[in-house]
Ligand binder design. Structure first.
Ligand SMILES: Nc1ncnc2c1ncn2[C@@H]1O[C@H](COP(=O)(O)OP(=O)(O)O)[C@@H](O)[C@H]1O
Ligand SMILES: O=C(CO)[C@@H](O)[C@H](O)COP(=O)(O)O
Length: 495
């Protein structure tokens, strides 16, 4: 029996997987609180993640009725990039600054310049630093909270922190480390020199976690925590990884030729590559995979975060929102939304705000606004696929995951907007499944291949299959062109 944990932006999900029996036995989740400021600040208390993990763990094991002593290993997936800076006692010196925090945009711009611009970043890191990556958050902490900064003894990512809490070990692996901004994604090692540019007073050798391979364990569950959770002695904790990396594993995207598209708080598109990738666009994040190999990725910041804002504005539940969405025509009768409520990473507009365009006395309806916000988030994904270029072109199918993938209307829209067949895995929180599969891989000392584990447990839900409808594809070409025109006019992004 294996446990997969996904500490996402909005919630922590826990799944129980019976690998021998080839079954996902059950899942449970608990929400997180978000600390938001109007200056782009978005933070969370790491203690909330632990509380959410405990709640979801106890709920799911009770629900499926397993003997917790039969659990062999745990794998943890986490929202990428968050800065979890700990003091010498292992306590956070400040709430975790999240991937979607844009308060540090000026620090990011300054760092890019110090590293020699885009070319210098590519040379040192294999990717171009973007606002949201961990590096500028650390620079910000140094600049704005010198007392907290002086106490920093470890610099971890959210999933590293959960692994640390579970095992007492400070370790990291290449997939999640790729998103820090002080890791060379081509050579797969820390760049202590870059780290020292950002935080010269900290000893990089000491504060950065030890790197392990994806198939290696981070450690075993601490005895007192094992007792609390009812686990046997020596339960392994896998290396884990970033949520996108483990989402790739949970959708079988560990060989070239597939695209995983996530409709979570963020939107992401990624495609596995066995070789390091030097993408044409600086917007493509050439991350490592958490299965070995690489996972070039595009991330937009306003997906279900944007659709939820409109849904809550109209006080609609998810069912009513889905009904409004379905009742409006493609193109929302001329309403265009640029959904940059949180600023945006791709295109790089950290200080942008959202725009509602083309509103008239006739088309300003709940249905059109609901449709336009979902279309706009989906257009952001199409833009991302275009930037991925050849890396995504060969893909015959999109594996769709994340909360938004539960909506049939949205699934069809992704197929129509991208012109590609869409299918969901049976479990839309594929990152948690990926974490459980990585745990089984690690528990078996990689003697069972990850490919075999994926073939055994990544099941696609045929009922979710959506094929692009030619007339809709045609209609969306026009509506997408309108969106790109608006992006050009308001933000200067070339069409
Ligand atoms: N049927 C649906 N239609 C649209 N959005 C949905 C639907 N079901 C869930 N969601 C949205 O999915 C989001 C959660 O997605 P999830 O992938 O779990 O996020 P994260 O991993 O970033 O925490 C929530 O905002 C929720 O409202
Ligand atoms: O920053 C990125 C990817 O680079 C985000 O994808 C985060 O990893 C958060 O993911 P979700 O909570 O939206 O799944």
């Amino acid at each position: 029996m294996y446990i997969g944990v996904d500490c996402g932006t909005q919630s922590t999900k826990v799944v129980v997987v019976d690998v021998e029996g080839g079954m996902i036995l059950g899942e449970a989740s608990r929400p997180h609180r978000l600390i938001e400021g109007d200056n782009g600040c978005r933070e969370q208390q790491p203690s909330d993640w632990l509380e959410a993990f405990r709640g979801a763990f106890h709920e799911v094991v009770a629900k499926v009725g397993i003997d917790t002593r039969a659990i062999r290993a745990i794998g943890v997936s986490g929202q990428q990039h968050g800065l979890v800076a700990l003091d010498a006692r292992g306590e956070p010196v400040h709430p975790a600054k999240l991937w979607c925090d844009t308060e540090t945009a000026v620090h990011n711009a300054a760092l890019v310049e110090r590293l020699g611009g885009e070319a210098g970043c590519l040379d040192k890191l294999g990717l171009v630093l973007q606002t949201g990556y961990t590096a500028s958050k650390l620079a910000w902490l140094r600049d704005t909270h010198p007392d907290a900064y002086r106490r920093v003894d470890s610099v971890l990512l959210p999933h590293d922190y959960l692994n640390f809490w579970l095992t007492g070990e400070r370790v990291a692996e290449a997939g999640d480390a790729s998103g820090t901004g002080y890791f060379d994604t081509m050579a797969r090692h820390w760049r202590h020199d870059v780290f020292s540019e950002i935080a010269p007073e900290l000893d990089a050798e000491r504060v950065l976690p030890r790197l392990i391979e994806s198939h290696e364990p981070a450690g075993v569950v601490r005895p007192e925590l094992a007792r609390e959770l009812g686990l046997a002695d020596g339960v392994l904790v896998a290396s884990g990884g970033g949520d996108n990396m483990l989402g790739a594993i949970g959708t079988g995207n560990i060989v070239p030729g597939l695209v995983t598209l996530s409709l979570g708080t963020s939107g992401t598109v990624c495609a596995y590559s066995a070789e390091p990738v030097r993408a044409e666009s600086a917007m493509v994040a050439s991350f490592c995979a958490s299965s070995g190999g690489w996972l070039p990725l595009i991330c937009t910041m306003n997906v279900t975060s944007a659709t939820t804002r409109v849904r809550e504005l109209f006080e609609l539940d998810l069912i009513a929102f889905g009904e409004r969405l379905a009742s409006a025509p493609i193109g929302a009768e001329g309403v265009t939304i640029l959904p940059f409520f949180n600023g945006e990473r791709v295109p790089a507009l950290p200080h942008a705000s959202a725009s509602f365009l083309g509103l008239t006395s006739v088309n300003t309806t709940q249905a059109n606004l609901c449709r336009a916000v979902v279309e706009s988030a989906t257009f952001g994904m199409r833009y991302g696929l275009e930037l991925l270029g050849d890396l995504a072109k060969g893909a015959s199918q999109i594996r769709l995951i994340g909360g938004g993938a539960k909506s049939p209307v949205w699934r069809q829209m992704v197929a129509d907007v991208t012109g590609t067949q869409v299918i969901c895995p049976e479990i839309t929180d594929a990152a948690a499944l990926g974490a459980a599969l990585q745990a089984a891989w690690c528990d078996r000392n990689a003697t069972t291949s990850l490919e075999a584990l994926c073939a055994h447990l990544v099941r696609l839900d045929e009922r979710s299959l959506a094929n692009p409808a030619p007339a809709h594809v045609e209609a969306y070409h026009e509506v997408y062109a309108r969106y790109r025109q608006a992006l050009a006019e308001r933000h200067g992004i070339p069409v």
